[in-house]
Write a protein of this length. Structure first.
Length: 533
């Protein structure tokens, strides 16, 4: 705790953009979350409508752990010692960098790419605008990490002010130790128990918050995903070889890296035929995006996102996949490294499995799988627990490793199983929604593609994510409302589904956008015998 220091943030906003409101939001969030915070404002004069900078410090240790001690805060930012800077205008960002505020070793910079032209720029008879490319070069050179997007456009599309978008960007950066729910609770206001009763201004602010959050959190999550994939030596070698020349010629360069990772994953997961199916699906997405955006103004973002989420969904986890991952040589080396085992040390590794009826039924044809699932469902309706087979396998032993390798060799059986057929049918439904939405309007197709984020985890979590995605497709994506409204509704629904596992926020959002809430699923009542006293 003695080594802890406040996390510092400089907020740069032009006049009338709500910089003061943003600062008040952050202070309220910190205090409600139990952290000490202090803010100061520094009036200044800029070349446009007047600029005011706000300086905020938050001590990253909860007050409950300080044992009555109080941190000492600074009233002014120290040049070169900022942890982060957020700005609503590109030239204002570079002006603050020119003042020495940002450090390439320390400072996270979040800035809007939009411009508000200065008087000097407007006075020129010809084009007197500053070169945005040069301004961006300054940002990238003098920042540890940077995120640049058009905050003004995001605010306009969300029907709010830019301060809400800036708040979402700060939340998405993970700068402060506050959960997303804490930010949204303060924006929503006092009544957090009924999301449907949020007034229109708060709803617009929440939409802007969500846009800013995704603009910053998604690239960070994507970078983490890439690092995770590249940590797998086998996939890394394949991905580094990039795409084959014939595939590289079909797809724009912006998509090559993510497409290369996806293609390598498909070959490793199920072989060349499965990789060809992946490419065929991606070709359809690319054709639709080129039709909606012939100039490539959006840098083929929909195709890139689909390359990622489609690969993750197509490589769904089953018992064959788990056995393959558990029995790889790279995994054994990783375990040895984690426990720091030497060559002379005896290392024993036991893996615990508990496959149930759905896992075994997944590898059976649909007719046989239905019988197994009916039998297990009947057990549950009688008050019994779902059937499962607990296993403890010594991966260090010849028998244990041989068992896993035999199970991993059953990937030929995967494509003949009921789950494979079900997964492909749902993937096709999602893919069709992306294609239809993209042809209608680029933004709509992009939002539907991002719904691939809902598919995660395994078991009940995975099933819930697929149910949510299909419900969004059926209730929102097919709406005849203006495409901009549908895209906004899908973005709101996706954010609500990711924020609340129980689904209450998703249901409220669906109803708020005129769609039906998810149907209630029947759950069996299990009676437990009271233990003897």
């Amino acid at each position: 705790m003695n080594d802890a220091r406040p996390t510092s943030l400089l907020i740069c906003a032009l006049g009338g953009e709500g910089g003061g409101v943003l600062t008040e939001w952050l202070v309220d969030i910190a205090r409600h979350a139990g952290y000490a915070a202090q803010s100061t404002s520094i009036p200044g004069v800029a070349q446009r409508t007047g600029a005011t900078t706000y300086y905020l410090e938050v001590f990253p240790v909860p007050l409950s752990q300080l044992q009555g001690k109080k941190p000492v805060f600074s009233l002014n930012p120290v040049p070169g010692a900022l942890d982060a800077m957020v700005s609503s205008e590109l030239l204002e960002t570079t002006r603050q960098i020119g003042n020495g505020m940002s450090s390439p070793e320390r400072t996270l910079v979040i800035t809007s790419s939009s411009r508000t032209f200065t008087t000097a720029e407007r006075m020129q008879l010809a084009d007197g605008r500053a070169d945005s490319a040069e301004l961006l070069k300054v940002v990238t050179t003098f920042s540890r990490e940077h995120h640049v997007f058009d905050m003004g456009a995001a605010a306009k599309e969300s029907g709010t002010v830019v301060s809400a978008v800036m708040l979402g960007a700060i939340a998405g950066s993970g700068l402060f130790p506050f959960p997303r729910e804490a930010y949204e609770a303060v924006v929503r206001g006092a009544d957090t128990s009924a999301p449907e009763k949020v007034d229109r201004m708060a709803q617009a602010s929440l939409r802007g918050f969500s846009r800013g959050f995704e603009q910053v959190s998604q690239p960070r999550a994507q970078a983490a995903l890439v690092n995770d994939l590249l940590s797998n030596e086998e996939l890394s070698t394949q991905a580094q070889s990039a795409l084959q020349p014939d595939l590289a010629a079909k797809f724009p360069p912006q998509t090559h890296f993510m497409l290369g990772l996806g293609h390598a994953r498909m070959r490793e997961y199920q072989g060349d035929d499965y990789a060809r199916l992946y490419v065929q699906r991606m070709e359809k997405v690319l054709a639709a995006e080129r039709e909606a955006d012939p100039a490539g103004a959006h840098a083929f973002a929909t195709t890139t996102e689909m390359a990622r989420w489609l690969a993750l969904w197509m490589a769904f986890d089953d018992i064959v996949r788990v056995a393959d991952l558990k029995s790889r040589g790279t995994r054994w080396q990783r375990v040895k490294g984690e426990v720091k085992a030497g060559d002379d040390d005896l290392l024993q590794v036991y893996d615990h499995f508990k496959p149930g009826a759905p896992e075994f039924a997944a590898l059976l044809p649909a007719s046989l799988a239905a019988g197994v699932l009916r039998w297990d469902r009947a057990r549950v309706l009688k008050g019994k627990t779902p059937w499962a087979l607990p296993l403890k396998i010594g991966t260090h032993s010849v028998f244990g490793m041989l068992s896993l390798r035999v199970l991993a060799s059953f990937r030929w059986l995967r494509v003949r199983g009921s789950r494979y057929a079900n997964e492909q049918a749902m993937i096709e439904q999602w893919l069709d929604g992306v294609l239809r939405g993209t042809r209608r309007r680029w933004a709509l197709g992009h939002e539907i593609a991002l719904c691939g984020r809902l598919i995660k985890g395994y078991g009940a979590t995975n099933e819930r994510g697929k149910d949510n995605l299909l419900h969004v497709l059926e209730q929102l994506a097919t709406s005849q409302r203006p495409a901009e409204d549908v895209a906004r509704a899908i973005a709101d629904a996706r954010g609500a589904a990711l924020a609340d596992d129980a689904g209450k926020a998703l249901d409220s959002t669906l109803v708020a956008h005129g769609a039906q809430a998810r149907p209630v699923k029947a759950q069996p009542i299990r009676f437990m015998r009271r233990p003897a006293q």
